[in-house]
Design a binder for this molecule. Sequence first.
Ligand code: IMP
Ligand code: MG
Length: 177
Amino acid sequence: MPNNMEILIDRKQIADGVARIGQEITRDFAGQSVILVGVLKGACLFLSDLARQIDLEATFDFIAVRSYGTKKESAGEVQLIKDVTTPLEDKNVILVEDILDTGLTFTFLKKLLLARKPRTLKFAALLDKPSRRQMPVEADYVGFKIPDKFVVGYGLDYAERFRNLADICIFSEDAGK
Ligand code: IMP
Ligand code: MG
């Protein structure tokens, strides 16, 4: 791990949080199948761990968006880069995101996916920064509520770096050098 990075949520806590969400989804969709739609790239690691904690018939798909802005802030405009390839009509769809921050990305994706007429659309976010919300959206499944700090690791990046850290760390400019 880079110097000066402070761990906010360690790998054991992450595993426990992911297992709990997996149990909640397994319980809520008992007897049904689900499609997990991961938002690239940040949700990759979360989706792969979460999928193994869901004891249901499950398939995956991926979607990618770009939001313009700085390395830490989205500027408010979200653009679709890669769509899902699976038909979602009448399916139980669970959108899987690394973090719910302002809510702009989720608001955009919710509208896009609801237009495909899924049977249900749920939203699983590993992390939630409620203090930063600009849109009135909440996740159905949340791993951890966190304070207004910029975090990296377990899929989350700073300018594409640090996604491979096993723990979720508070990013410090010093460590980014
Ligand atoms: P929202 O549209 O503001 O809700 O932001 C969602 C996206 O912003 C996430 O999928 C992340 O890519 C990015 N993001 C927000 N907060 C952080 C953070 O603390 N670390 C890394 N990426 C973040
Ligand atoms: Mg990102």
